[in-house]
Design a binder for this molecule. Structure first.
Ligand SMILES: N[C@@H](CCC(=O)N[C@@H](CS)C(=O)NCC(=O)O)C(=O)O
Length: 237
């Protein structure tokens, strides 16, 4: 059994999308980061940096003899891909390309959009220069993605992979926020907008984006795997 510790944010959603894609049964425990639950010493045994998402695999022994913990969302995606043999090529150029775009999300898109959002909506003092810097960098990164997606249907290449799983919720958030400010700023990013629709049309992505739902925010809840076809397009492997 897998336990997912998560909250309704893009980093949490990428883990729940991946679990929905994997078809594995899992339980959801909500960690309300607005109430500081991520700092609970028990949670920090699973996630030493005090961040969601985190995963516990009760079927695999960790180094301390207890169930294995998996922290950092990129690590969770690679772990589940390797556990299921899905959405990450085993070796070679295709794997290197998928991991390149996965790290692009982890190191660039996520942190830049996160900082932009914080300076715009949550900072205790206004900072025009910080908002400008992170907004411009967000737009530049979306343009990099747009260039790539003008050449291939998915970030890793021909097939849907964990690179797309990692990036969808962040790109969706960034595009929606930019479009709210000025629809013209993203209107020209056609390949990116098409990719958002293609990936966002997958049932697993739609389900994963809703986790944790209201019921899961109240209590730990079993999550049955998705039934039926996983969605359109080429899918690895
Ligand atoms: N690099 C980490 C980042 C995780 C992260 O920043 N999670 C946020 C929610 S999106 C969080 O837990 N914030 C709570 C806090 O900063 O105290 C990952 O990808 O897992």
């Amino acid at each position: 059994m897998l336990d997912l510790y998560t909250w309704s944010t893009p980093n949490g959603q990428k883990a729940s999308i991946m679990l929905e894609e994997s078809g594995l049964p899992y339980r959801v425990t909500a960690v309300d980061i607005s109430k500081g639950e991520q700092h609970d010493p028990e949670f920090r045994k699973i996630s030493p940096n005090g961040k969601i998402p985190a995963l516990v695999d009760h079927d695999v022994e960790g180094p301390d003899g207890g169930p294995r913990r998996i922290f950092e969302s990129g690590n969770i995606l690679v772990y589940l891909a390797e556990k299921t043999g899905r959405l990450l090529p085993e070796a070679g150029e295709a794997r290197t390309e998928v991991l390149g775009w996965l790290f692009f999300q982890m190191a660039h898109l996520g942190p830049m959009v996160g900082q932009w959002h914080w300076f715009k909506n949550a900072a205790p003092v206004e900072s025009d220069i910080a908002i400008k810097r992170y907004r411009e960098e967000t737009l530049r990164l979306l343009e990099v993605m747009n260039g790539r997606l003008g050449e291939v249907p998915y970030l890793g290449g021909a097939d849907y992979s964990i690179a797309d799983v990692a990036t969808y919720a962040w790109a969706r958030t960034a595009v929606d926020e930019l479009a709210n400010e000025d629809a013209e700023s993203v209107a020209g990013l056609k390949p990116l907008l098409d990719w958002l629709e293609r990936v966002g049309g997958r049932p697993a992505v739609q389900q994963g984006m809703e986790i944790p739902n209201d019921e899961q925010k109240q209590d730990t809840v079993d999550r049955a795997p998705l039934k039926g076809p996983a969605g359109g397009g080429n899918v690895l492997p």
